[in-house]
Design a protein around this ligand. Structure first.
Ligand code: PLP
Length: 386
């Protein structure tokens, strides 16, 4: 089935006893056994919950995988993946990845002996030359956060196969609507469902999907043993969000394309990062592996002094962490999402103190442009006069 159909039908036909179109929210934590040695298939909700299962099946279909897993947050999903590693293992990661992933590897995994190296994964020879005998995995984000650098998933998959590495792709920015890493050879696709999958800034959730049965069994063991599962209410909300994923992603992208080409022309903006721009260095690779450019734009303004007044003057776009919801949000990565990353490493990856990251919502693109223009103009005036 096409992805539009999988989205719209999410959770339907999952409750044969009533025919409910909207899957019931199964709050029960435990399930009665029909007899000794018999089971309905459900026994305890940490192990399996019907609402969560409907979601996990949908996730697997969306990514063309064999099994999906829903966790209480994106970080819980990433944490589950890292429990595949052992002391002495080494992992290669994209150098401008989500700050929380960096924190997990540096502050929780490094002290227990899991080594990590951060490389520019858009440069395949840099990846290859950093593989060691102890390297067990390659963890990439593409487009990356926040500078939207593009990594060639298929090429990474070839390398991973040759070197016997697990290829893990954080696909939060793209969602399965725009990019399906498992089809390109990745072993695990991770998403913070808090973002586009849910899409309404009202659920914290994380997902994993795999295409290999043995790996699925290992991750299921971890999910059930650690217990950071998604609750039934949130699983239902996420299914509800997924029903319109395709429509939302189309509109996010349409708006982002308009805004990116408008920002490029704006006299107060010095640099724009968006994979859909002609001048974006990763554009052609991105086009080979994705069917859209997504709704995330990063841009630099000419002066760091403008940042504070600019953010204060916005009337439609909200200055807030997170992304992927119907409402436009703007963040200041150097102080927010990437504050745990050392300054020299930040600057090397382009996360300067003039950089802003915009999650383009599904409002009128004209209103968003008017908002940015007015706030930037006021900020510049204030700073000049002050
Ligand atoms: C938000 C985010 C995460 C973490 O997800 P949470 O749901 O906030 O725990 C991981 N990766 C990326 C790319 C993200 O944007």
């Amino acid at each position: 089935m096409q992805i539009e159909t999988i989205c719209s039908q999410a959770g339907n036909r999952k409750d044969p006893s009533t025919g409910a179109i909207s899957i019931p929210i199964h709050h029960s934590t435990t399930y009665g056994h029909p007899g000794f040695g018999q089971s309905t298939g459900f026994d305890y909700t940490r192990s399996l919950n019907p609402t969560r299962l409907a979601l996990e099946d949908t996730l697997a279909s969306l990514h063309n995988g064999i099994r999906g897993f829903a966790f209480s947050s994106g970080m819980a999903a990433i944490d589950a993946v890292t429990r595949l590693f052992r002391p002495g293992d080494h992992v290669l990661l994209s150098d401008d990845l989500y700050g929380g992933t960096y924190r997990l590897f540096e502050q929780l995994l490094r002290p227990v002996g899991v080594d990590a190296t951060y490389v520019d994964t858009s440069n395949l020879s840099a990846v290859e030359s950093n593989v060691r005998p102890t390297t067990v995995a390659l963890f990439v984000e593409t487009p990356s956060n926040p500078t939207l650098k593009v990594t060639n998933i298929q090429a990474c998959a070839h390398l991973a196969r040759a070197k016997n590495l697990l290829l893990i792709v954080d696909n939060t920015f793209m969602t399965p609507y725009h990019q399906r890493p498992l089809d390109l050879g990745a072993d695990i696709v991770v998403e913070s469902a808090t973002k586009y999958l849910c899409g309404h800034n009202d659920v914290l959730a994380g997902t994993l999907v795999v295409r290999d049965a043995a790996l699925a069994d290992k991750l299921y063991f971890i999910q059930n043993s650690v217990g950071a599962v998604l609750g039934p209410q949130d699983a239902w909300l996420l299914l509800r969000g997924i029903k319109t994923l395709h429509l939302r992603m189309e509109r996010h992208e349409e708006n982002a394309r308009k805004l990116a080409s408008w920002l490029v022309q704006h006299p107060l903006v010095s640099r724009v990062y968006y994979p859909g721009l002609q001048e974006h260095p990763g554009r052609s690779i991105h086009e080979q592996q994705s069917r859209g450019y997504g709704g995330m734009i990063s841009f630099e303004v000419h002066s760091a002094d403008w940042i504070a007044p600019f953010l204060e003057h916005l009337r439609v776009i909200t200055f807030a962490e997170s992304l992927g919801g119907v409402e436009s949000l703007i963040t200041y990565p150097a102080r927010q999402t990437h504050c745990d990353i050392p300054e020299d490493m930040r600057n090397r990856c382009g996360v300067t103190d003039r950089l802003l990251r915009l999650s383009v919502g599904i409002e009128s693109a004209d209103d968003l442009m008017t908002d940015i223009h007015a706030a930037l103009t006021s900020a510049r005036q204030e700073v000049t006069v002050g």
